[in-house]
Write a protein that binds this ligand. Structure first.
Ligand code: CP
Ligand code: NVA
Length: 335
């Protein structure tokens, strides 16, 4: 396995063994953190955190992970730098790459993160674009591994907006790792064909199954994991009303969970629109007559809900990604 100097822009940048390694390395680093054992793989480095879109978890995770690894993180918000206003992506990449040892980027465009990586000369990590959320996947599948010890035979059903960054990433990562994956969404929000065919290609190798359906009730039967995400992703606010109308049958509520497997967890990448009066400045209850969106509080607060474990695991997994691709020290052989 060769990680050194590589960027992580989309799931297919790494093969199955490498993704498994990152998950196991994240679990190992979590143990070191819990036992207060130093792990300064990035000692003396500087890491730039570029955020065009807002973030709680990803920003916090990169910041704490960099500090724990011995690096200095620097937050560069879209209002702070010239990128996107009067400086090109490639010039920005060359300048930042000449000073920093690694760059994280969150924004709308996958093309921008790819261009940054092409010109920076240092690893670039995708902290979310409209297409992919790869660092989220290492933390999520780490959470699934902690729970089930394996991916083979685990049935993961995603219910909701099947065309967003998280749905795309889950579909492809589950198939790569050998979990059986179903995307349950209205037809208008089925994943684009390129993600489905990539997932099917991976599933052939890993022996898992891939299903895309609008029949959510049948899909969730015997599910081990039901995962959902917001109905309206950042930058899609204009589709708010249409999403509420189309996605209401895909809400994860108690009734939907009637036939899930005995061994079951609920997952959500967060932030979640549950029990929230105001979302993107709209009073949802007043404007749409609903109190809850993609998940009900009853499910969100149940003992099978793992969204806060996932949140914490973002930090351990981002640490693994940065240490593997940019570490000064040899990464451990975890066999
Ligand atoms: N899950 C996630 O990426 O959260 P943030 O948007 O808060 O970073
Ligand atoms: N699909 C969501 C994920 C947030 C972490 C969004 O893009 O807003």
């Amino acid at each position: 396995m060769h990680f050194q100097g590589k960027s992580f822009l989309k799931i297919s940048d790494f093969n199955k063994k490498e993704v498994e390694y990152l998950i196991d390395f994240a679990i190992h680093l979590k143990q070191l953190k819990k036992n207060n054992i130093s792990h300064t793989y990035l000692k003396g480095q500087n890491i730039a955190l570029l955020f065009e879109k807002s973030s709680t978890r990803t920003r916090a995770a990169f910041t704490v992970a960099a500090n724990d690894l011995g690096a200095a993180p620097e937050f560069l918000g879209s209002g702070d730098i010239q990128l996107g206003k009067k400086e090109s992506v490639s010039d920005t990449a060359k300048i930042l790459g000449s000073m920093f040892d690694g760059l994280e980027f969150r924004g709308a465009s996958q093309a921008v993160v790819e261009e940054l990586a092409a010109h920076a000369g240092v690893p670039v990590w995708n902290g979310l674009t409209d297409d992919w959320h790869p660092t989220q996947m290492i933390g999520d599948f780490m959470t699934i591994k902690e729970e089930f010890s394996t991916f083979n035979g685990v049935k993961l059903v995603y219910s909701g907006d099947g065309r967003n960054n998280v749905a795309n990433s889950l579909l492809v990562t589950a198939a790569l790792l050998g979990a059986d994956v179903t995307i349950a969404a209205p037809e208008s929000l089925f994943p684009e064909e390129s993600y489905v065919s990539l997932a099917k290609e991976y599933a052939k190798e890993s022996g898992s199954t891939v299903e895309i359906t609008s029949d959510v009730k049948s899909a969730v039967k015997d599910a081990n994991v039901i995962y959902t995400d917001v109905w309206v992703s950042m930058g899609e606010e204009e589709h708010f009303e249409e999403r509420v109308n189309t996605l209401l049958p895909y809400q994860v509520n108690k009734a939907l969970l009637a036939d899930v497997s005995e061994k079951f967890i609920f997952m959500h990448c967060l932030p979640a629109f549950h029990d929230t009066n105001t979302v993107y400045g709209k009073n949802v209850a007043e404007e749409f007559g609903i109190e809850e969106m993609e998940v009900t509080s009853e499910v969100f607060e149940a003992d099978y809900a793992r969204q806060f474990e996932q949140g914490e695991n973002r930090m351990h997994s981002i640490k693994a990604i940065m240490a593997a691709t940019n570490g000064n020290l040899f990464i451990p052989d975890l066999q």
